[in-house]
Design a protein around this ligand. Structure first.
Ligand code: ZN
Length: 67
């Protein structure tokens, strides 16, 4: 699947592939809470490169080309 974020096609910074698997990860860590960054205690969207498995992190859901 190809994704768009910020008006541009998302491409892998490592291998320049443009197909990814989307998943979600929790951002809450004790370190961030200690620093008062509780706004970060939510889900981030990750896109895993289908070629090299590099993970790109997004605070907003990238949208797919079909949408
Ligand atoms: Zn890659």
């Amino acid at each position: 699947m190809r994704y768009h974020a910020g008006g541009a096609v998302v491409s892998c910074p490592c291998c320049h592939n443009d197909t990814f698997d989307k998943d979600y990860r929790q951002l809450n860590t004790s370190g961030l809470s200690f620093l008062g960054l509780d706004w970060a205690n939510k889900n981030a969207t990750i896109l895993v490169c289908q070629r090299c498995t590099h993970i790109s992190w997004f605070m907003k859901d990238p949208f797919t080309e079909q949408e």
